[in-house]
Design a protein. Structure first.
Length: 248
């Protein structure tokens, strides 16, 4: 493949990744606590001989490379629900939960419920973690009060305090596929000393649907432009070969 085709192909692959991310953002625009993502691209200067091009090209070739995906960690709009087990976090922090395998996970989705064993769990069945471990609600509890610091009280007294975790670098968190995150090796969670928990509310996704739709339209236009460039280059090479064949 010649230079124009190689560069154009790298651009098309980058645009496809941007489209996938934009589509995922839109698909999760109503997902509680979801954070939108953006693809960051960078210039990658390649040695022409490495790409298989003829060595007559002595200058580096500027390719398009995906540098990584960045999350928008800004909080979404907090919507009141009136459900005492719906919780939202104002500012930094993540609810700490543990999955069925005993692995720690972190989420901004504060929609909780009480399972048949009396444990406070999220909708995926992951156990909410407190300062002393899993939080159990006494049988027959008729009302639950949760303070801004995460302290959970019932008519019989305090039953626990939600563990809200914070991280020096939130971008290091790895999505676990359930609208939550796990930690990479070498990264540890810190317990927030001043959490701000809001009872009876949930944090909506911070996805801006208008921005994402506009971005998708722009991606499609750019993709079509690159396609036209590749087609023009293909036609040029084909005509050159035909011309050379006639002269031979």
């Amino acid at each position: 493949m010649e230079i124009a085709g190689t560069v154009a192909l790298s651009r098309m692959m980058a645009l496809r990744e941007r489209m996938d991310i934009a589509a995922n953002n839109i698909a999760n625009m109503n997902t509680t606590g979801f954070k939108s993502q953006t693809v960051i691209m960078k210039e990658d200067k390649s040695d022409p001989t490495v790409t298989g091009l003829r060595p007559i090209y002595n200058h580096p070739i500027s390719m398009v490379e995906e540098w990584g995906t960045v999350r928008d960690t800004r909080g979404g709009v907090i919507r009141q629900t009136g459900n005492p087990l719906d919780l939202a976090l104002e500012g930094k922090g993540y609810f700490s939960v543990t999955n069925a395998n005993g692995e720690d996970r972190y989420t901004r989705n504060g929609v909780f419920q009480i399972n048949q064993d009396g444990q406070l769990v999220d909708l995926a069945g992951q156990a909410a973690q407190g300062d002393g471990g899993e939080i159990n609600i006494p049988a027959g509890t008729t009302s639950i009060s949760i303070g801004k610091d995460g302290t959970i009280s019932t008519p019989t007294g305090v039953v626990g305090k939600l563990r809200v975790s914070v991280f020096e670098n939130e971008q290091a968190l790895i999505p676990d596929g359930t609208n939550g995150y796990k930690l990479p090796e070498g990264v540890e969670a810190e317990i927030s000393g001043n959490p701000r928990v809001i009872q009876g509310a949930v944090e909506q996704s911070n996805v801006n649907a208008v921005v994402e739709m506009t971005d998708m339209v722009e991606i499609m236009r750019q993709y079509q432009t690159v396609q036209n460039i590749m087609q023009t280059e293909h036609d040029r090479l084909r005509n050159s070969i035909r011309t050379i064949a006639k002269l031979a």
